[in-house]
Design a protein around this ligand. Structure first.
Ligand SMILES: [Zn+2]
Length: 551
């Protein structure tokens, strides 16, 4: 048992930077050896002695000791990387998944995560990925969205192998619909919407169910010609007493007289969402990976396929991703766009293009997808998760830049003319150095300005005194003394810069000056404004605009 205790203490020390704590070790020991509870005093004494012995070792010595005793405990920590769970019946080379957007709005981060899950599995199984536009309600799709979706997928590095546009497959849906009518598995119903929902609630069939096949077929034909919208729909003969209300004779075709952005007025009888999806998934896809919000549609879609003699794909649900604190609903976004004359990449939004514009690295979407994975637990995702993941990716590469908000001019008496050489990145030496010329005139952020000793970062130390309303500065030394407060500054050839900060529904602009180096960076560059946060250069004309990413 002594060896076991030693393992636990060593592991605890290694997990916490070389310092084990008796408080966290004792419960672990009692968990592993319940009988030790009888001699708890003895155990505590032993642990205390062991903790001080092991804490006096270096981390390296601790790791070596644990490697001798229990190498498997070390491996665990290194192996933490998450990987994709295996899927049922997935065969390498034969796997087919799909991305099914409705071209009724721009994609948001929720789509990006779901699409990445599909894309990563396609890679894992060396399969095929289909981009499928679900556009069989002609009132929703708009031409601009088809292209925007293709562009956004490209921008976040998701590559698909084939594209299917459902509205191009109308004849196929018609022939399956006609098959059901001929087999007396579907019927034309002329009841009002109210009647239909009332009968569904009360589990009652309507008399339309008794129409003859011939009559149903002739109504079906007429629906494509002169029947008025709403006069007839085609319903599946389900089971009006089924526990699942979706199976109580669902609508599979209805007339919608609207111009379709791709098909124009060629069709007026449109399949329901479930009918088109059931067919497409069954015919073209081996694995449907979709959010848990679609769980309830599976029985109906499987039922439709069983009536049509189409095989079911494997259907796997991943956790529903709730996006907190950001606009994602198409209706709300459209309202904002109209009211404020803005666009779908407005940095307040959680659309893919808004997030990219805000400086989110495409890789972030992939990492978020791996984290969500295929568990059914609901995931609440807010901007903090996105920015936390993003920070790890961009911090090692984001070039540093000084920025002072609400700048105040200061003449530093006795300051030498100097060219400061400052690392572009504090750790990444490959990024080189930036040079900033100074002539004793500097600008500081209003909030940083106060009496006393201040270190202008990587330049020199000054002393500030207030005389009346005015601040006077005096050069002290170039030598940096530990403990001096360090602040940002910009020289007299500063560049005017606006920092645009999305905050909830507001967009706040902070005016200030940036160091001249910022002119060297192209639009799209992600930089770190030291002590302010990360941002992406959004435009440079007429002034430099940087959109704030996160701290
Ligand atoms: Zn009816």
């Amino acid at each position: 048992m002594d060896t076991e205790i030693r393992k636990i203490v060593l592991k605890n020390a290694i997990d916490y930077k070389g310092k084990a704590s008796a408080k966290s070790v004792v419960p672990k020991i009692l968990g592993a050896f319940p009988e030790a509870k009888k001699n708890i005093k003895e155990v505590v004494e032993k642990v205390n002695a062991l903790v001080s012995e092991i804490n006096s070792l270096t981390l390296e010595e601790q790791i070596n000791q644990l490697r001798d005793l229990a190498p498997e405990l070390l491996e665990k920590k290194e192996k933490r990387k998450k990987s994709l769970k295996d899927l049922p019946n997935a065969v390498e080379g034969k796997f087919v998944a799909r991305l099914p957007p409705e071209p009724g709005k721009y994609l948001h981060v929720g789509h990006a995560i779901g699409f990445y899950i599909n894309y990563l599995y396609t890679q894992k199984y060396k399969g095929k990925l289909i981009l499928r536009f679900e556009d069989t309600n002609p009132q929703i799709p708009k031409k601009e969205y088809y292209n925007a979706i293709r562009e956004d997928l490209k921008a976040i590095n998701i590559h698909y192998d084939q594209e299917i546009i459902e509205s191009n497959n109308m004849e196929q849906y018609y022939s399956y619909g006609e098959q059901l009518i001929k087999e007396n598995l579907a019927y034309a119903c002329s009841c009002s919407k109210e009647e239909i929902s009332k009968k569904r609630r009360n589990e009652k069939e309507c008399s339309c169910r008794n129409r003859s096949t011939e009559e149903n077929l002739s109504i079906w034909k007429a629906m494509h010609a002169d029947v008025k919208e709403g006069e007839f729909i085609i319903r599946l003969k389900g089971n009006m007493k089924d526990k699942d209300p979706l199976l109580r004779d669902p609508t599979i075709f209805r007339i919608i007289d609207a111009e379709h952005p791709l098909q124009g007025r060629k069709y007026r009888v449109w399949p329901s969402y479930d009918f088109a999806v059931a067919i497409e998934d069954g015919l073209n896809v081996t694995h449907v990976l979709r959010g848990a919000e679609f769980l309830q549609r599976t029985p109906l879609q499987n039922h439709i396929r069983s009536l049509l003699g189409i095989k079911n794909p494997e259907i796997i649900h991943y956790s529903r991703v709730n996006i907190i604190g950001g606009l994602t609903s198409g209706r709300e976004i459209r309202k904002l766009i109209q009211e404020e004359n803005t666009t779908w990449d407005d940095p307040r939004l959680m659309t893919i293009r808004a997030l990219l514009r805000r400086g989110i690295n495409p890789e972030t979407f992939k990492l978020l997808a791996i984290n969500v994975g295929i568990s059914l637990a609901e995931t609440n995702l807010d901007y903090k998760h996105i920015s936390g993941t993003n920070k790890k990716l961009i911090d090692p590469i984001a070039k540093r830049c000084f920025f002072v908000a609400d700048p105040i001019k200061l003449i530093v008496e006795g300051a030498p003319e100097k060219e400061a050489e400052i690392p572009v990145h504090p750790k990444n030496e490959k990024l080189g150095k930036r040079k900033i010329k100074t002539n004793g005139v500097i600008w500081l952020a209003k909030d940083d300005l106060h009496e006393g000793k201040l270190r202008l970062k990587d330049l020199y130390t000054i002393e500030i005194k207030k005389e009346g309303e005015e601040y006077k500065a005096k050069f002290l030394t170039e030598v940096f003394e530990k403990g001096t407060e360090v602040i940002q500054w910009v020289p007299s050839d500063f560049v005017k810069m606006n920092l645009i900060i999305p905050e909830g529904k507001k967009l706040i602009t902070v005016k200030g000056y940036a160091e001249p180096t910022i002119q060297n960076y192209p639009v799209g560059e992600i930089i770190q404004l030291e002590r302010v946060g990360y941002g992406r250069i959004d435009s440079k004309e007429p002034e430099v605009n940087v959109i704030f990413s996160h701290k």
